[in-house]
Design a protein. Structure first.
Length: 218
């Protein structure tokens, strides 16, 4: 985990972060809402919708926590890009298979009381495509006890377009009887999490939690 912290703690990183923020506020009419909902210490999973490569840039620069995140392994083939995204907190994941190495890295990050950013759908989802959540966020949250903070990015990435980043209240994966959650319960949490994110992004109606929901707000 030293490699992740080193980049964030350096003066150069903070300076670059400042420049990127300024650049983003020039090309987009960017507004951030709900920063008070982000836990300022301890493990946390930030779950975002994903429609553009810009999403990761906005998350790293405008969410008030130092984030680590998975990036598809193909991006690490290019030396310059690899250096940049590793410096920013990324580590590779093989999206086409169950990547145990990436899962272990994510668990290590959270157990070290750091923050992880994850796209629940596992890939970019374009307009008119169906939204389907994977169970990775729920699994990591259950294993580590980390709260899940839903984050929605609303708007289209066009020059001078209005972009809103909404940070929601933390959600906690919990079993009502203290037993390990079943695969079905983890999928239910994942579906309700994604529904909340899409509602925050203005892409669907407000979700109605089921009576047997596996999550709570605290």
């Amino acid at each position: 985990m030293k490699s992740f912290k080193k980049g964030y703690d350096g003066m150069l990183f903070r300076f670059v972060l400042f420049l990127v923020r300024r650049f983003l506020h020039i090309i987009f009419r960017l507004r951030v809402h709900g920063t008070e909902n982000m836990p300022q210490e301890g493990a946390v999973i930030v779950a975002l919708n994903h429609k553009s490569y810009w999403d990761a840039v906005l998350a790293v620069t405008h969410i008030p926590r130092k984030l680590n995140f998975m990036a598809k392994k193909e991006l690490f083939r290019y030396p310059v890009l690899k250096s940049i995204i590793k410096w920013a907190g990324a580590f590779p994941v093989n999206r086409g298979a169950s990547d145990l190495g990436a899962i272990k890295t994510a668990l290590s990050i959270l157990r070290s009381q750091n923050a992880m950013a994850i796209f629940p759908e596992g890939r970019r989802v374009f307009k008119n495509e169906a939204h389907t959540a994977k169970a990775g966020v729920a699994m990591l949250a259950e294993k580590t006890g980390a709260p899940v903070v839903p984050v929605a990015i609303a708007g289209r990435y066009r020059l001078f377009a209005k972009i809103d980043l909404y940070i929601g209240e933390p959600m906690y994966v919990k079993s009502k009887d203290g037993k390990k959650l079943t695969g079905e319960e983890l999928r239910q949490f994942s579906d309700e999490l994604l529904a909340k994110i899409l509602y925050m992004a203005g892409e669907q109606d407000a979700p109605t939690p089921k009576e047997n929901s596996t999550w709570t707000l605290e």
